[in-house]
Design a protein around this ligand. Structure first.
Ligand code: CU
Ligand code: CU
Length: 412
């Protein structure tokens, strides 16, 4: 009986020595490769996984490596340590060399989405997703190791029509540490595709599903710990257009909300590590649109012209927090509630509730130039990174709003 390393430097190694640095948050994922009881324990850290029983069952635990030196990890089930389930974790003195400042921009531009499909017969649509793990800019001065679909958060906006056959190729590069997968809420079948797409580093899987029902749907990685994969950026939207498509608008945008759980409090600098305890007790430090703090304010605001009609496809990756989506200074003319495009849209709405793993479509005409602000109206979250700008070029028409008392019409 042994432990076998999965991914990165430890891939395939028997009872690998785990190298970490002092002060780092260490997360160990234990996956049961057979069908008997196992766990992993590090006595000196009072750190242990739960016992995994079934084949492929997994458990994740994390601890901060405060003591330097070599410590044993082992299985605490009677006789298993003696039978060979034992290895070393080495905690090295001092911090890991700082990452170079060239962290990637992982923010998906909100204007980055394919145009309408409109009229065409159903066909086979190939979708290529690559599950990348990369250090990205979280905020000014802070980075985070994102897990993504195609190196941006959210993943690519996928657009098909009802009746299409969607052939998804999920490629997990060799340099990945984790296994990844994809679950399409737009699919009907086991795990939304996640059962057949659990993909090891260096491998590719394919799943094909029929887009049976129109609507806008979330997709996300569904590899345990699923919440960890989602918080790290593995979510996106797929629009299944109804026959003939949606009513045309002048501009379409793609925005998703998520939250991050870091060891350091909001506003820290340097590489921010994930805090599993905060994750499972739902205590996030960051709330973000399209993956990063200020992503849609400074770097990638939404642009439109006065007089245009605007549509926002808005989804929540989460993993845990419901959004009260609102655009300050605007009223949504039409809302496709719960992401349904087959029910008639609701009209004249201020704030839309969007559940984790849920999405909506809001349409509105912009009558007046100026800067509008996208928020979650649970506004404490604006203090933790959640805000976006819709910059509208054009006259600031006094008819709709102006400073001072009413003009022209005499007061009664
Ligand atoms: Cu994943
Ligand atoms: Cu889901």
């Amino acid at each position: 009986m042994v432990y076998v390393g999965v991914g990165g430097d430890i891939e395939g190694k028997v009872n690998p020595t785990l190298m970490v640095h002092e002060g780092e948050l260490v997360q160990i994922n234990l996956i049961n490769g057979e069908g008997a009881e196992h766990d992993v324990v590090i006595d000196q850290y009072a750190a242990r996984s739960s016992i995994v029983v079934g084949k492929n069952a997994s458990s994740t635990f994390s601890f901060t490596a405060q003591k330097t030196g070599q410590f044993a990890y082992f299985c605490s089930i009677a006789g298993h340590r003696q039978a060979g389930m034992e290895g070393l974790i080495q905690v090295m003195q001092g911090p890991r060399e700082a990452m170079s400042s060239g962290a990637a921009d992982i923010v998906r531009d909100p204007a980055d989405l394919p145009g309408p499909i409109g009229l065409r017969p159903p066909k086979v649509v190939r979708v290529d997703l690559e599950t990348t793990e990369l250090v990205g800019q979280l905020s000014n001065g802070a980075t985070y190791t994102y897990w993504t679909f195609n190196s941006k958060v959210p993943g690519p906006f996928i657009r098909v029509r009802v009746g299409d056959t969607v052939e998804v190729h999920l490629k997990n590069p060799e340099n990945s540490v984790m296994m990844h997968s994809v679950d399409f809420h737009a699919a009907t079948g086991p795990g939304g595709g996640a059962h057949t797409t659990q993909t090891e580093p260096g491998k590719e899987t394919v799943v094909t599903f029929k887009a049976l029902k129109p609507g806008v749907y979330v997709y996300h990685c569904a590899t345990p710990s699923v919440a960890h994969h989602i918080t790290s950026g593995m979510y996106g939207l797929i629009l299944v257009e109804p026959e003939g498509g949606l009513p045309r608008v002048d501009r379409e945008f793609y925005v998703m909300q998520g939250e991050l759980y870091t060891v350091a409090a909001f506003g820290g600098t340097g590489e921010q590590e994930m805090d599993y305890d905060k994750l499972i007790s739902e205590r996030p430090e960051y709330f973000v649109f399209n993956g990063a703090v200020g992503s849609l304010t400074k770097a990638h605001p939404l642009y439109a012209n006065a007089g245009e009609t605007v549509r926002i496809f808005f989804g929540v990756g989460g993993p845990n927090f419901t959004s009260s989506f609102h655009v300050i200074g605007e009223i949504f003319d039409q809302v496709y509630t719960l992401g349904s495009v087959t029910a008639p849209p609701v009209t004249n709405v201020q704030t839309v509730t969007v559940a984790p793993g849920g999405a909506t479509i809001v349409d509105f005409k912009i009558d007046r130039g100026g800067q509008y602000v996208l928020v979650d109206h649970a506004l404490s979250r604006a203090e933790r990174g959640l805000a976006g700008y819709l910059v509208v070029d054009g006259p600031e028409n006094d008819e709709f709003m102006h400073e001072g008392p009413a003009k022209g019409e005499p007061a009664k």
